[in-house]
Design a protein around this ligand. Structure first.
Ligand code: ATP
Length: 368
């Protein structure tokens, strides 16, 4: 229904000053804001609570978080164009993630990557428990309830995947530091006071990690999402890494269903998480790879863009790199693509990056 001039004028009084360059600033117009700013999800989440981080924080790509699963439909006039911008032109207005994907996840058929260049591989995906607000919007009681539900389901993992759960409060600072340095544990989000996204509230209450004995399968609880399911190993065997992830995810989904809960998912957007970059498969498949020559080449950024992959430093998104020649290369697109396609795309991209690194090592001109 079209809004009256008076309603638009009223909304103008609350319209934010969009001073930072991000997807929110590109897409939030006064008419869109006016149509949405008075709405609330059944958990009480408002548009303003989702966008405040992009209004206040410089340097964000999206400029929005997601308070709960209903936000994706109630505020779709702002989320859909942003999702389209990020996920390789997948248009949620006309397409469905489920049409592209996920019947028993499938099998990846890739050879191990060359360990002269590749140090380690990792596959992770976020999962939310349907019905509970996501970490940017949950109450303390909800956060604690989510932790307790997840800890209950972890007991159902098979022997090689099962491990002990460590709440952040039960861990010594030195242990936290060691596990973070070893890429096993998440960073302390309260260190990043610039974020304004609500994720670090009450830190470290009701956050923790489950680690199996082999230290190749982990579940993060209440960091960026209710759960992050992670498989990680040294070397270049992406196939085994993915298989481990797949088994763990399946077992946890079954345990969740048996306990009377389900993962937040819909046909159109797949798995729903607290960031719109992280929906669909919600999978980030990353390879730590050494590229000393290629990374110094003026076309490095262009090559990554063409391959559809992103680079991070060796300590992830928010921490500075300690090995400047070691990169975390991962898929950008997570929606409208299957888990298997993601692993294959990252494998293919890293293989090409290694070939280019070798060309430069041998003093040949770069071909891509
Ligand atoms: N292939 C890999 N090998 C070893 N460690 C990895 C690999 N990929 C990522 N990591 C580590 O995982 C940790 C978490 O990374 P980071 O926070 O960047 O990403 P994430 O967990 O995928 O979540 P998000 O995308 O929401 O930031 C970091 O310590 C990072 O270095």
């Amino acid at each position: 229904m079209a809004l009256s001039v008076q309603e638009i004028e009223q909304a103008k009084q609350s319209f934010p000053v969009l001073k930072h360059d991000n997807f929110l600033s590109n897409h939030l117009t006064l008419p869109v804001y006016a149509a949405l700013y008075k709405k609330k999800t059944s958990n009480g989440v408002t548009l303003d609570s989702c966008i405040q981080t992009g209004v206040d924080t410089p340097g964000l790509q999206f400029g929005m978080v997601v308070g709960d699963e209903e936000c994706y439909t109630l505020f779709k006039d702002i989320f859909y164009p942003i999702i389209k911008d990020y996920h390789g032109n997948f248009d949620p207005a006309t397409e469905s993630h489920a049409d592209h994907v996920r019947e028993s996840v499938g099998v990846v058929d890739v050879k191990p990557l060359d360990t002269k260049y590749v140090k380690s591989v990792r596959v992770r995906a976020g999962r939310s428990i349907s019905g509970f607000p996501f970490p940017p919007s949950c109450t303390r009681a909800q956060r604690r309830e989510v932790e307790s539900i997840i800890v209950g389901t972890l007991k159902n993992l098979d022997q090689d995947l099962a491990g002990s759960y460590h709440s952040m409060e039960s861990m010594e600072p030195s242990e936290i530091n060691r596990l973070t340095q070893e890429h096993i544990l998440f960073s302390n989000l309260s260190d990043f006071s610039f974020r304004n996204d609500g994720l670090a509230r009450d830190w470290p209450d009701a956050r923790g990690i489950m680690m199996n004995k082999e230290q190749d399968f982990f579940v993060w609880v209440n960091e960026g999402d209710h759960m992050r399911i992670i498989s990680m190993q040294s070397g270049g065997d992406l196939k085994t890494c993915f298989e481990t992830w797949k088994q763990g995810e399946k077992q946890l989904e079954t345990a969740m269903l048996n306990a009377g809960y389900k993962f937040a998912w819909n046909k159109k957007l797949g798995f729903l998480c607290a960031r719109a970059s992280n929906i669909g498969t919600s999978m980030r498949c990353s390879v730590h790879v050494r590229l000393p020559n290629l990374s110094a080449h003026p076309q490095f950024e262009e090559i990554l863009k063409k391959l559809g992959v992103a680079k991070r430093g060796n300590h992830g998104e928010y921490r500075s790199s300690t090995e400047p020649e070691l990169f975390d290369i991962s898929n950008i697109k997570k929606l409208g693509i299957s888990e298997v396609e993601i692993v294959q795309q990252v494998h293919e991209s890293v293989t090409k990056l290694i070939e280019m690194e070798q060309q430069l090592e041998e003093g040949k001109p770069l071909q891509f």
